[in-house]
Design a protein around this ligand. Structure first.
Ligand SMILES: [Zn+2]
Length: 71
């Protein structure tokens, strides 16, 4: 399996305040990873989430992307 495109995928930090764990997951796997963790560890409660500090940065990056696309 070719994985050349993996290098272009940004890792997103996620935190779980209840487990006190952090990890990084590729953006395309973000939702599935959070859902799987919360489902297995927390009975479906949305405990694990994108690092709040990074959520703002992520929003900025997305905004920048949109601006770039607009030019
Ligand atoms: Zn957890």
């Amino acid at each position: 399996m070719a994985s050349d495109t993996d290098e272009d995928v940004p890792d997103v930090p996620i935190v779980c305040s209840e487990c006190e764990t952090t990890s990084r997951v590729p953006l395309p796997e973000l939702e599935a990873t959070l859902a799987r963790h919360n489902d297995r560890r927390h009975g479906g409660d949305p405990v694990a989430e994108v690092d709040p500090d990074l959520a703002d940065t992520l929003a900025d990056l997305v905004a920048e992307d949109l601006q770039l696309l607009d030019e």
